[in-house]
Design a protein around this ligand. Structure first.
Ligand code: GDP
Ligand code: IMO
Ligand code: MG
Length: 432
């Protein structure tokens, strides 16, 4: 069965850890959107890997990794990541497939990202400055350059020239010369050529052979361009719908959808976060959870678990189960608040509002649950969790309407609980 792993909050839920953990039961791990704005951390036996563009399955030898057409690829970042992996003895070899239809991030996209942020003043998105938005703008504007184009220099030279001229007009200088850039892209194109494929066809063949695919989402539901807290979002569809358009697979290819959610909430960048905390409790969560961006190092904004938000994520993604991560970060708290609805003026909202101004005006309504004193850190069986931790999980299940199938109690692969009755346990039995 093919499974999609999707962020159920604002990104950084621990998707990398969960994807890495599930990978041995799949043949292929496929990214369908985003780019190197993602930072997916995988901790293996004390060694920390942060994957940006490369699917988090790459650490398992024999597993193929796919970068779909919905991803934006910065060749420089790609080769840097491949070189870093090689330092740890992880060879990409012929295990990588990159869609010929994936769009390329060029250096002018980074310049335009910075410019656009500077112009927004106090309405900044707080992007990762990786050129993600401008690359997707060029894609939608039908002036983008695709990985497949790099194979035929004559076909994209004119486009690079036009795009660079447009960049120079906007930035107000003529600092970027198109020709050296064009030549660099041609070289990258040659280096990437062995990996460039018709990914849709490749995935159809994988499925025809009865092998399974793990779809790896980047960012999270509330950073989705359509279903997130627009305009404070990324520029792609990180929700489950993106799997089909971002890889060229039909909806029936998605056998099951796993949402990853932290046992609390974080966000990095601008935009409303209804349960955001300030003061000592925010600091406590940030330090205990080491909530600093895996890509940019920025401190993450922290708050309590928002069940209104996760219930919305369950709906727009069709979640079958949740992987609840970072339970251990809540260890030792006397009590834990969970947001069950919003108060907006004189109204109580139980559904996540689609409008960001309305969301910004919402105040969380909390239910207070008891904390636990016995640590959950590193616990590997459900029965060993303190009773209050089990009650906490049960209440989150009730509130979000989705069963918690996987519980993560630490960063390492092994610090995980699979609940036997969950759909997730069944995936462990399947052969790759
Ligand atoms: P992703 O972007 O969704 O893959 O998540 P990130 O890698 O950006 O952030 C998650 C962080 O939490 C990483 O540093 C992980 O190593 C860490 N992590 C994942 N699961 C757990 C857990 O259960 N407990 C703790 N303490 N850390 C975790
Ligand atoms: P992973 O996959 C958390 C946020 C940025 C900014 C907004 C737009 O590790 O969960 P962009 O550079 O994409 O144009 O920035 O989205 N953002 C993320 N936040 N985790 C991520 O990825 C993110 N990728 C982008 O902080 O608010
Ligand atoms: Mg991350």
């Amino acid at each position: 069965m093919n499974v999609a792993v999707i962020g159920a909050q604002w990104g950084d839920e621990g998707k990398g850890k969960i994807v890495d953990l599930l990978t041995p039961h799949f043949s292929v791990v496929a990214r369908y959107q985003g780019g190197h704005n993602a930072g997916h951390t995988v901790l293996v036996g004390g060694t920390k890997f942060v994957l940006h563009l490369m699917p988090s399955g790459i650490l398992h030898p024999g597993v193929s990794c796919v970068i779909g057409n919905g991803v934006v690829v910065d060749p420089e970042a790609l080769f840097e990541e491949i070189a870093t992996l090689a330092q740890y003895g992880i060879e990409v070899g012929d295990r990588l497939a990159i869609s010929d239809k994936a769009h390329v991030i060029l250096p002018y996209h980074r310049d335009l990202d910075l410019l656009s942020e500077a112009r927004r003043g106090d309405r900044k998105i707080g992007t990762t400055s990786r050129g993600i938005g401008p690359a997707y703008e060029d894609k939608i504007g039908r002036r983008g350059i695709r990985v497949g184009d790099l194979a035929d220099p004559s076909a994209f030279a004119e486009q690079v020239r036009e795009n660079v001229m447009a960049r120079n007009r906007l930035v107000g200088d003529s600092a970027l010369e198109w020709q050296p850039l064009f030549e660099r892209m041609v070289t990258y194109g040659e280096r990437m050529r062995p990996w460039v494929k018709d990914v849709s066809l490749f995935l159809a063949q994988v499925q025809a052979e009865g092998r399974s695919i793990l779809f790896e989402g980047a960012q999270g539901t509330f950073l989705d361009i359509d279903h997130g807290t627009y305009p404070f979002v990324t520029s792609s569809n990180s929700t489950a719908g993106g799997v089909c358009t971002g890889l060229g697979v039909g909806p029936r290819s998605i056998g099951s959808v796993l949402g990853v959610a932290k046992a609390y909430t974080t966000r990095v960048g601008g935009g409303p976060l209804p349960t955001e905390l300030s003061g000592p409790m925010a600091d406590r969560l940030r330090e205990a959870g080491q909530e600093y961006g895996a890509s940019t190092g920025r401190p993450r904004r922290c708050g309590w678990y928002d069940a209104v938000a996760v219930r919305y994520a369950a709906r727009v993604n069709g979640l079958d189960a949740i992987a609840l991560t970072k339970m251990d970060v809540l260890d030792g708290l006397p009590h834990i608040d969970v947001c069950t609805s919003y108060r907006c003026g004189d109204r109580t909202l139980t559904e996540f509002p689609g409008n960001v101004l309305q969301l910004a005006a919402c105040r969380p309504v909390y239910e207070r649950l008891p904390g636990w004193s016995k640590p959950t850190g590193g616990v590997r069986s459900y029965g060993e969790l303190p009773a209050e931790a089990r009650s906490y999980i049960a209440r989150l299940e009730e509130l979000s309407g989705v069963p918690v199938g996987i519980i993560s109690t630490g960063s390492d692969r092994d610090e995980t609980i699979f609940r036997e009755e969950s759909v997730a346990a069944a995936w462990l039995g399947q052969k790759a």
